[in-house]
Structure formats: structure tokens, C-alpha cells
Write a protein that binds this ligand. Structure first.
Ligand code: ATP
Length: 550
């Protein structure tokens, strides 16, 4: 398919507001995709690679502006592109506003003619670009990107720029693509959903649905080395859990970072909650797994930082290890970590997602020594649950998890089968969607941040945070947010969603001051949630629930 046809379809989808019409349009696109099916199933969501792959283009906005500037002609600089972005508010609009045509003529002249861009060429070029590493790689990436923009007409450039910056913004979410795959290839939605949960690859699932139908989808199994979305929890109480289930499986809730372990029979690989590979920064966890296992397995657990006496430290400490790609030895001495495994998704050739929790936990106990496996107590006695909670807190942990002992493992679902109970006031994980420069001595540093939560179609503002930061934290946060500034007016800046802050607050009030309809009273910064993307931030409905509970 020509990239221009994809761009035309993306534009048509963007102009639709009804969900049904959007799904129909994506269905048609997938139906006529032929060899480009896998690529198009990803491109419509602004993805270049399968969700389970850690590969990224590793192109910051600035490099993209440079490539656009170069394609736009000699008199245009990356700063000009940024200025235009501040005026127009969106990179696709900016890319479409330049005329790259003259350059196309030049390139054609120099290289003996360039054909129109195809979806496959764009996918291949972007994969090649992602593979460039080492010194001078940024320059090479800009060159390669320039080569693509140079061949693009305005509409192609609009969607190319958005794709490169993973900001497709045409209203196509995960659910749309799932439904479109089902409709295009006449497969049950449930079968597509299950295959997606297991594989995390929309492209692959679309191909299997088309080529092998429902039987093929059902045969998609977990694969060691291909991370699965983590099962998540809702807030809950022991009373509620005992009402819903005959007995409750209770575990300590560790305050660390989620880790998924994939052991292929030889060695372990580790993935974070975002499915990024974190094998290299955690060699001692790899060694623990390699020592214990002989046959392939996929396991779920939490890595916790501990002090010299083995007592747990706040989760920020373990995230320092996750972020450390270089000089692991130094941080390793600095931060000691321990692995607590609490689930087993696959063991020895057998997928266990549909097995009840108690069986999966037994499996775990058969594979690992007790100090690595989280204790799980099954009880129907509220006093016993209260005791376990007291013990967890006494040992320095965050609270307890209440799980349905008979429930299956449902990847990516924040369902009722896992519930968390934390006695401390709940915190909120908010996306930063704007900020304000400081004054005087701090004029070059962002000082106040706009906190937003997820809604069905974007983000809603719930307050601003300006306290709780050290100067060093403000410097670091400013440096990380600056490339994501999308518009600036006086001291105020608008930001594309990028960082997630965990914030504390005194209470949540209903308020007409912010578009969320709620306001956080006395918000204070606690930490950057390094393990969360804007999609993982708290939702407006959670804010509503917390406000009701107060
Ligand atoms: P929080 O900010 O409360 O940690 P979260 O949004 O990161 O929440 P939730 O799904 O709400 O994630 O809470 C479950 C998280 O708690 C898991 O992702 C996991 O990292 C952690 N956890 C700690 N101990 C356990 C346990 N025994 N079983 C399951 N998850 C656990």
C-alpha cells in the first residue's frame, strides 16, 4: 500500500467522531491491507514495533524537528519548526504546513529518481533507523528521517511526523483495533482479545486472525521472551473480599517494582511493568532465577530494595536500579535488591493463565526456595486478615493484596480478582500536562506543574503542584520535560503528556476550577513514577471514587 493511501485513511478516521464509524474505517483498512496488515495494525495506533518489543526509535522531538527543517529547505531551522509548533500546537499540522516538494525534485535528480513512499518502505526505514546505535547515531537518524520527509507530500508528512513521535491522535485505541481485527476477519472479539493479551502484538494477531481464523487465534500461546501485560489490582477491603469469595488469598504487598521473569531453560530475562527489558540492571535477580530453574518458565513478582538488615526501602530506590543501564556494579553496591515472586504464568511447556491462583502458587513453590516466593495465606477469617496486615506493616511493607484463590490470571486487567489494601492515604499518579517557569533565581527551572488524570478521550486537569520538590529534583524534572513543551505563553508552558508524578494530598473536593470537576487540596510531589507511562496514570473515575470515599 502506498503511504499516501494510509495517510488518506488516517485523515478520514481523524475526521470521524463516532466510535462505530472509526472502527468501520479501521476494519476496511485492515481488510484491504494485504502484505502490510501487521504494519498497518500497528501504524493506526502510532506504533512502529510490537508492544512487547523494547525497541524504540529513540528519536527525541528535537531530532524530528531537525529532520523536518532540513526537508523544508535551506531557510528553515529546527527553531523555526519549534516556533511553528508553539503556534499550531501539533507536530502533524506543522509537518503538513511545509512544502517538501522542491526537495523531492532535488533528491530525485541526485539519486536518479525516487518512487512514492509505501507503507513497507516507511516501516523498513524506521526499523533500520531504530537499529542505528553508537557514536554519531543521532546524526545518522536525522539523515534517515530527512530522507523520508523529503519524499513526503504534506498529508504523508503529517502522519509520518506523528508516527515518529508516537502521537497518532486519530482516535484509535487498543479496543478499536481489537474490534476491527474481529470484524475484518470474522473472528469472535473474545478470541482476538485473548490472543492480544497473550502476545501483545496487534500485527501478529491480525495476521493470524486473517490467515488461520479462530482456531489459529486460540492456538497463540505465551512465549518465553515475549512479555505479557501484568495483571493489576483495584483498591479493596477485606470485608468486600469476604463477601465476594468463600475464602481470600492474602499476601503482603511489597513496595517495589513489578518484574516479569522469562527463563528459557538457559538464562533469565527480566521485564518491567511497561514491558521494557531490565535484565542488565538486575544481574543478581537473574542469578537467583538461573540458580533455581532448569526448565522454561514465565513468572511474576516484585523487586524490592532492602537495607543492610534486609528491611524494605521505598520503591524509588529500586527504580534507581531499573534506570541504571551503565555502571551497574556501582549501583549494585549502593542498592541491594530482593525478588519476591507471587505468580507463575507458564512452567515447563504449560500455560497456566487459566489455572486457579492456588494452583499457580503451588507451582511456584515447587520451583523456588521459600525465601523467593511470597507467602500466600488462604483464609475466611477477617481477624486473621487483620493480623496478616499488621505483620506486613510491622515488617515495613506497604499493605496487603487480597486475591480470589480460584481466579485465572488476566493480563492487563485491573479487575476485581486482585485487590490492594494500603492503610496510608491513597496517592494519585498524575500526568504532567503543563507547567510554569519559576521566578528570579529559578527562572530557568519549571516550578509549578499541572496535574491531570486520564479520561476516556484524553486528560483532565485536577490541580497544580509546586511543593515537595528539592532543587535537584526540579532541575532533573525540567530537563526531562523541556523537550515535550508543545506551546509557551509568558511563564506558562503546555506539555505533551510524558512524565507521571505520584502526588499526595489532603483531600479531594468537587470544584469547578479545573476541567476534571475535582480539585486536589494541598497536593505535594512524592516521586516521578518511572515505571508508568501517561496511559498508566490514574483515571478521573478513580478520583471520583476517592472523593466519594472521603
Ligand atoms: P500502586 O501505586 O498502589 O503500587 P500500581 O498502580 O502500581 O499501584 P496496582 O495494580 O494498583 O499497581 O497494585 C498492584 C501492584 O502492587 C502490582 O503492580 C505490583 O507491582 C505490586 N505488588 C506488590 N506485592 C504484590 C503481590 N503480593 N501481588 C501482586 N502485586 C503486588
Amino acid at each position: 500500500m502506498e503511504f499516501a493511501d494510509f495517510a488518506a485513511r488516517a485523515s478520514e478516521i481523524e475526521s470521524e467522531s463516532a466510535d462505530i464509524a472509526i472502527t468501520e474505517s479501521v476494519t476496511e483498512l485492515l481488510g484491504e491491507a494485504d502484505d502490510d496488515l501487521a504494519t498497518l495494525a500497528r501504524f493506526v495506533q502510532g506504533r512502529v514495533f510490537p508492544a512487547h518489543e523494547s525497541t524504540t526509535l529513540d528519536i527525541g522531538p528535537r531530532l524530528c524537528y531537525e529532520a523536518i527543517a532540513r526537508a523544508a529547505g535551506q531557510n528553515v531551522s529546527a527553531d523555526d519548526v519549534e516556533t511553528r509548533l508553539a503556534e499550531r500546537g501539533e507536530i502533524g499540522e506543522v509537518a503538513a504546513s511545509y512544502d517538501f516538494g522542491g526537495q523531492r525534485g532535488l533528491a530525485a535528480f541526485g539519486s536518479g529518481g525516487e518512487d512514492a513512499l509505501t507503507v513497507a518502505t516507511v516501516a523498513d526505514e524506521l526499523s533500520a533507523l531504530a537499529a542505528v546505535t553508537g557514536s554519531g547515531s543521532q546524526e545518522t537518524k536525522v539523515d534517515m528521517l530527512f530522507g523520508l520527509f523529503n519524499r513526503a507530500d504534506p498529508e504523508e508528512a503529517r502522519y509520518l511526523a506523528r508516527l515518529v513521535l508516537s502521537e497518532m491522535r486519530i482516535g484509535v485505541g487498543d479496543g478499536t483495533v481489537r474490534d476491527a481485527i474481529a470484524a475484518a476477519f470474522d473472528a469472535p472479539v473474545d478470541a482476538v482479545e485473548r490472543a492480544l493479551q497473550v502476545s501483545n502484538d496487534y500485527g501478529y494477531v491480525a495476521e493470524v486472525a486473517r490467515d488461520e481464523g479462530e482456531t489459529g487465534l486460540a492456538a497463540i500461546d505465551l512465549e518465553v521472551g515475549r512479555p505479557v501485560q501484568a495483571m493489576l489490582a483495584q483498591a479493596g477491603t477485606s470485608t468486600g473480599a469476604l463477601e465476594d469469595w468463600e475464602a481470600v488469598a492474602v499476601e503482603w504487598k511489597y513496595d517495589g517494582a513489578r518484574v516479569q521473569v522469562h527463563f528459557d531453560g538457559e538464562s533469565a530475562r527480566l521485564f518491567s511493568r511497561n514491558m521494557e527489558e531490565v535484565t542488565d540492571p538486575l544481574p543478581e535477580i537473574v542469578a537467583t532465577v538461573d540458580d533455581a530453574l532448569e526448565t522454561p518458565a514465565i513468572l511474576d513478582g516484585e523487586v524490592v530494595a532492602v537495607d543492610d538488615d534486609g528491611a524494605p526501602l521505598p520503591f524509588q530506590e529500586v527504580l534507581r536500579r531499573f534506570r541504571r543501564k551503565h555502571d551497574v556494579a556501582a549501583t549494585r553496591e549502593d542498592v541491594t535488591v530482593r525478588l519476591h515472586l507471587f505468580d507463575c504464568l507458564h512452567a515447563d511447556g504449560e500455560d497456566l493463565l487459566d489455572a486457579p491462583l492456588r494452583e499457580r502458587h503451588d507451582r511456584l513453590e515447587s520451583l523456588f526456595p521459600p525465601d523467593t516466593v511470597s507467602d500466600l495465606w488462604t483464609t475466611d477469617d477477617p481477624a486473621r486478615i487483620a493480623d496478616i496486615e499488621a505483620e506486613a506493616l510491622e515488617a515495613g511493607h506497604e499493605g496487603i493484596m487480597l486475591k480470589d484463590p480460584d481466579a485465572a490470571y488476566t493480563p492487563g486487567k485491573r479487575g476485581k480478582n486482585w485487590r490492594k489494601r494500603k492503610p496510608d492515604v491513597e496517592t494519585l499518579d498524575c500526568v504532567i500536562t503543563g507547567a510554569e517557569w519559576g521566578e528570579g533565581r529559578r527562572a530557568n527551572v519549571l516550578g509549578t506543574f499541572e496535574l491531570s488524570v486520564r479520561t476516556d478521550d484524553g486528560f483532565a486537569h485536577v490541580g497544580n503542584v509546586a511543593t515537595g520538590f528539592t532543587d535537584a529534583e526540579l532541575d532533573a524534572v525540567t530537563e526531562r520535560l523541556e523537550p515535550h513543551i508543545s506551546a509557551e505563553s509568558g511563564r506558562e508552558v503546555a506539555l505533551d503528556p510524558h512524565l507521571v508524578f505520584e502526588v499526595g494530598y489532603e483531600e479531594i473536593q468537587t470544584s469547578s476550577n479545573y476541567d476534571a470537576g475535582y480539585a486536589l487540596r494541598f497536593p505535594r510531589f512524592l516521586a516521578v513514577r518511572e515505571d508508568k507511562t501517561p496511559d498508566d496514570a490514574d483515571s478521573l473515575s478513580r478520583v471520583g471514587r476517592l472523593a466519594d470515599a472521603e
